[in-house]
Design a protein around this ligand. Structure first.
Ligand SMILES: Nc1ncnc2c1ncn2[C@@H]1O[C@H](COP(=O)(O)OP(=O)(O)O)[C@@H](O)[C@H]1O
Ligand SMILES: [Mg+2]
Length: 266
């Protein structure tokens, strides 16, 4: 039994719209329209330790929203508050870069590891950039993180010497290197086979429970909704509904394969 308690709000989204201007055209693409996740709405803000999934059709606005939450992009209208700090059109690049480096970890569908660096070096790099730990502390932490994701025997491997699932676990370790408060994941299992999908989701759930890291994850895969506390459905740039899971659960790999085979008519 799980007894998660959600108290502190970490992300509020207040009447946010994102419109992309297209060169040479008058009109713009309205990717997000008046998205609102806040204390005054039925769609609640995101609380510390919550595991939220974003689902919905392709082109619905999921990546646009994740990029705004990660301060990679700026809203056309409205305000995003991260840890009660407002992010808006006036936020400076310097301020946003610091916030990203210290508080946010990113994991994408494509693994985005530096090809000439070992697993260990890829995980150490964000710590070098942040500059808070000395070399000895960094090395210790990189080993701890790679051990946490089950790759203690792969420290010196290059990305090309790792399987897809292993590479994704390195990116998760790298995303955790500066102890972020929020992990943003855009289709992290999109390029993985079933076995690695289950392994990566099990790992993310472990991290979410153990480290209390807030996870906000985009996925196309309805079968992994069971790992979330809450699923937000987004289509045509607006939230359609939210569904709460009373308990986060894991997929049983053997049962899941049997289920997939039955769906496929085997
Ligand atoms: N950089 C961009 N320039 C113009 N249009 C974009 C850009 N990024 C996304 N869009 C458009 O915004 C809409 C939402 O896209 P996106 O957020 O990527 O959706 P999803 O991740 O749900 O598939 C789509 O119509 C897409 O074509
Ligand atoms: Mg997307």
């Amino acid at each position: 039994m799980q007894s998660k308690q959600f108290d502190e709000v970490v992300v509020e989204v207040k009447h946010v719209s994102k419109h992309y201007k297209i060169a040479g055209r008058e009109d713009s693409v309205k990717a997000l329209n008046d998205i609102h996740l806040a204390g005054d709405s039925e769609l609640l803000p995101i609380r510390r330790g919550e595991f939220v999934m974003l689902r919905g059709p392709s082109g619905g606005g999921k990546t646009s929203l994740l990029n705004l939450l990660g301060t990679i992009d700026r809203a056309t209208e409205g305000v995003i508050e991260l840890f009660s700090n407002p992010i808006n059109v006036d936020s400076t690049d310097e301020y946003l870069a610091k916030l990203r480096l210290e508080k946010i970890g990113f994991v994408f569908q494509t693994f985005n590891l530096l090809a000439t660096m070992s697993a260990f070096e890829n995980v150490e790099l964000p710590m070098i950039i942040l500059g808070k730990l000395n070399e000895k502390e960094r090395k210790k932490r990189a080993i701890e993180l790679l051990t946490l994701v089950g790759l203690q025997d792969r420290l010196d491997h290059l990305p090309s010497e790792l399987s897809g699932g292993e590479q994704q676990r390195v990116t998760i370790a790298r995303a955790l290197s500066n102890a972020p408060e929020i992990l943003l994941l855009d289709e992290p299992t999109g390029d993985l086979d079933t076995k690695n999908t289950v392994e990566v989701m099990d790992l993310l759930l472990d991290l979410n429970l153990k480290l209390k890291t807030t996870c906000i994850m985009v996925t196309h895969n309805p079968d992994i909704e069971c790992y979330a506390d809450r699923i937000l459905y987004i289509a045509d740039g607006v939230f359609e509904k939210q569904v709460f899971n009373t308990e986060q659960t894991r997929l049983d790999y053997d049962e899941y394969i049997a289920y997939l085979n039955s769906q496929a008519g085997h």
